[in-house]
Design a protein around this ligand. Sequence first.
Ligand code: AMP
Length: 419
Amino acid sequence: MQTFEESSLSPILAQGLKRIGFLNPTPIQKKAIPSLLEGRDLMACAQTGSGKTGAYMIPMIAKLLANPNSQGLVLAPTRELAQQISDFLQSLIPDSRQLHTVRLIGGQDIRKQFKSLQRKPRVIVATPGRLIDHLKRNTLQIHKVDQLVLDEGDRMIDMGFAPQLEQILKYLSGQRQTSFFTATLDNKVKSLAQKYLNNPISLLLDEAKPVSKIKQSVVKVDMAKKDECIVDELNRRQGSVIVFVKTKHRTDRLRKHLVDYGFKADLIHGGRSQGQRNQALKAFKNGLTRILCATDVAARGIDVPHVEHVINFDLPMQDEDYVHRVGRTARNGAEGEAVSFVTSHEYRDWNRLVKKYNIPNAMIDVPQAKRPHGKPQKSGQAHGQGQGKKSFRFKPKRNGFGGKPNSQNNRSNRSPGGR
Ligand code: AMP
């Protein structure tokens, strides 16, 4: 398959693809679409932002349009991803008479979902928890689903959904085609995939590694200086930024700090209502807010084409989240930058990420901490913050975005390469 026009997709689907500007399939789409149209099960490991939604949705829609008895189910780990998948569906086939779809996610009025389910949807996009809720209430049957997609299977496991997925499996019939998409591949992911798949074609395009177009760098910073450092980083950058933070509380605090400095910033984390999360995403997508502070809830699934920068204000708790965070920029071949703040306690964690994901020129020299009597500390023992650390000065700010002037005596150090 070279172009979508050349492939013999139904006119409704071909028009939809043209309307949303999909002319040529991405590499994953080139490989996955023909296999799925042939009816094979699929196990696909692809980079984040590679076009995986189209890779499973285009053949699913083609089959649904061709066979009025066919029904599709897409499972996604987060509400945001489910929302995005159903938005994609609706942008491709906006007329619900041609294809009625329903989104079943937590945080939304379940009675509205009952009504929508009564119209016999052809595609259900759901998070596992809410899907099970409906199955138990008997407001939904899925034994007729003949096309199943598990999106971000690795994330489902990370988020503890494996038991729910086992439960869902019992409600499905064996007569179905299943595709399993994941960004990373380890034994847990493989074992979950095996339970769902039957003699699948494997597409190991590229186990998630930050895409090469992302310029990645590191800033060594004291914990107490992070607030100054972020202001400086935001001032030196142009365009929209997602800032990743470890906890809900820290996200709230950072957003307030940035707003105090005159930045247009909003936040998204698991403690906010679905309405608030949607609103924050919408304002960010429309360019009304420039900065989105987020916990890892938002690391996957957000597709905002214009994100120029990702800042890891805190390093992620799980290595894999690094990939998903920085994958928010440089979507679909665009360019982007990602910078990570690393405190002296985290040098080893950072270096592990550098090795694991081949981040160029970003390794930090870990100073050998001295004991009071001069003997070197045993490896593995923590060293005090700032010990063995050089002092660095920030460069003066380049543009006037934001409010208060920068401190000129920040202690931070940027890696030599990658910028
Ligand atoms: P995904 O990996 O599905 O989240 O897609 C990443 C981005 O690539 C989204 O903004 C898609 O709209 C875009 N995209 C996916 N496939 C294509 C295509 N064939 N042509 C143009 N843009 C695409």
